[in-house]
Design a protein around this ligand. Structure first.
Ligand SMILES: NC(=O)c1ccc[n+]([C@@H]2O[C@H](COP(=O)([O-])OP(=O)(O)OC[C@H]3O[C@@H](n4cnc5c(N)ncnc54)[C@H](OP(=O)(O)O)[C@@H]3O)[C@@H](O)[C@H]2O)c1
Length: 446
């Protein structure tokens, strides 16, 4: 039997680590803690030669690994001929792009956790990596520890993906979970998330849905082999979610979650198009996605051979994210060949995009109306004119208990499936007709 033990002569893999913050220092720690396992899995050791930071004097969560040199000069990392892999963990777009681009120019493989970089400015990097036969891996960039990138690229490569939806932002999910379980309002839940370190001082990217949109753009590329530009993804965040709507949703046995979704829809000629968006939606209580709590992430997909699948795990944190980064590094250490996008052509075609007004969905609607005869009839007329029909309604008596002190009466119902355009038009008719005391609240229902 062949001797499977690693050769003591195998050359160590040399890393240049850009960033020694949450994930970078977690990676340094994991490389030491799992050193034996790393040698057994890849047949060689892995060492960090350079570490790039902004502030050389800053205290670190984990110690600088032995033998590593710390610098503020990016070119020390990219231009060192001894370096095999640049690990980009600085975040942001411009500096990270320059760094990765220069590393590829110097024939380094790259591992990154940076979804903003790959979603907003990744096309030329993928192309350059392909042209130079270099590996560009990014498992940690979507859903942290959850191995969805590799699953789409390899394990599910024999399938055609039909739809995919996920909870892709832990901060928003934490806030919505707290609003649901503790019955608090958005602003209080956000403050709590910031106090506990689940939300950044500037939470805009997370709560306005843009971080989830970055991850969705990467998932679309992996699942469908097309470019769906971030700016074309419909995005609506969670700032205006009220605890009142969370309570009403529960009356219908639903929870409100920030969902990233892409699905294939075929036109009459059978030609496939994609619709993709990030938005708060009502998810049925019994669905696994509704049960994803706190800072966890999850992805549910449907594929033509495997059927439905569900991935769930920690979407962030030093060690969970570093574990995914390390898996990418190990693949390079084992000498795997580049398979960066999961498709043989580096330049992927553009997606054929369904405009968001045409998406069809059921809707949750909350109206605040005057409690007077004829109101229901007039509202029904506005909906009938747009072919929107009501599927179920919360009884008025139940609502009164929930809305003490409010001016006007809330009217809460679910519609049958309709287009976003028809829904918006029906609400516009109600508003124009003076039927609404406050702007209507409406969310998609999954
Ligand atoms: N945190 C997570 O749980 C998580 C999960 C998934 C993906 N990610 C992604 O992983 C990446 C890193 O995130 P993180 O949370 O580890 O960030 P972080 O804690 O803010 O750390 C960033 C590190 O990069 C350094 N840095 C930033 N800009 C730099 C520049 N222009 N030049 C040189 N050094 C620079 C910082 O230096 P100083 O320390 O000197 O300031 C710091 O060491 C991001 O792309 C993020 O989206 C993070």
């Amino acid at each position: 039997m062949a001797n499977m033990a690693p050769s003591p002569d195998a050359k160590p893999l040399t890393l240049a680590l850009a960033g020694f913050g949450t994930v970078g220092s977690g990676l340094g720690h994991l490389l030491e803690e799992n050193a034996d396992q790393i040698r057994r899995r890849s047949g060689r050791s892995i060492r960090i030669k350079h570490i790039l930071v902004r502030n050389l004097l800053k205290a670190r969560q984990y110690a600088i690994p032995e033998g590593a040199m710390i610098t503020r000069d990016p070119e020390t990392l990219t231009d060192d001929p001894e370096v095999d892999v640049l690990v980009e963990l600085i975040g942001g777009i411009e500096d990270a792009h320059d760094l990765v681009d220069r590393a590829l120019d110097h024939d380094k493989h790259v591992v990154t956790a940076n979804k903003a970089l790959l979603a907003e400015a990744g096309d030329d990097l993928f192309l350059k990596a392909e042209q130079r036969n270099l590996i560009l891996r990014y498992e940690a960039s979507v859903a942290g520890a959850v191995p969805i990138v590799q699953a789409l690229k390899e394990s599910l490569a024999g399938n055609r993906i039909i739809s995919l939806m996920g909870i892709l932002n832990g901060t928003s999910n934490y806030i919505l979970s707290e609003m649901t379980t503790a019955g608090i309002e958005f602003a209080d839940a956000l403050q709590q998330a910031q106090r506990l370190g689940y939300a950044e001082a500037d939470p805009t990217l997370d709560i306005d849905g843009h971080d989830a949109a970055h991850k969705l753009a990467l998932l679309i590329r992996l699942a469908f082999g097309v470019n769906y530009p971030c700016r074309s993804i419909f995005v609506r965040g969670i700032r205006d979610i009220a605890s009142l709507d969370i309570s009403f949703a529960r009356e219908f046995n639903y929870r409100i979650k920030l969902i990233g979704q892409v699905r294939e829809v075929r036109d009459e000629s059978g030609v496939p198009h994609l619709e993709a968006g990030v938005f708060p939606a009502l998810v049925q209580d019994t669905f696994l996605l509704a049960r994803v709590g706190g800072a966890y992430n999850a992805v549910r997909l449907d594929a033509n051979a495997s059927g439905p699948m569900f991935f769930h795990g920690r979407g962030a944190g030093a060690l969970p994210t570093a574990g995914a980064v390390l898996a990418d590094i190990l693949a390079i250490a084992r000498g795997e060949r580049p398979n960066n996008t999961g498709y043989v052509n580096g330049e992927l075609p553009m997606a054929s995009i369904v405009p968001s007004e045409e998406w069809r969905s059921r809707y949750y609607v909350r109206l605040t109306v005057q409690d007077k005869p004829g109101t229901l009839r007039d509202l029904a007329g506005c909906m009938a004119a747009e072919d929107v029909s009501v599927a179920s309604m919360i009884q008025k008596s139940q609502i009164r208990n929930l809305s003490e002190g409010a001016s006007g009466v809330p009217l809460v119902f679910m519609t049958h499936e309709t287009s976003a355009r028809a829904m918006a038009n029906a609400l516009m008719r109600m508003s124009d007709g003076g039927l609404l005391e406050e702007p209507a609240v409406f969310h998609r229902v999954l």
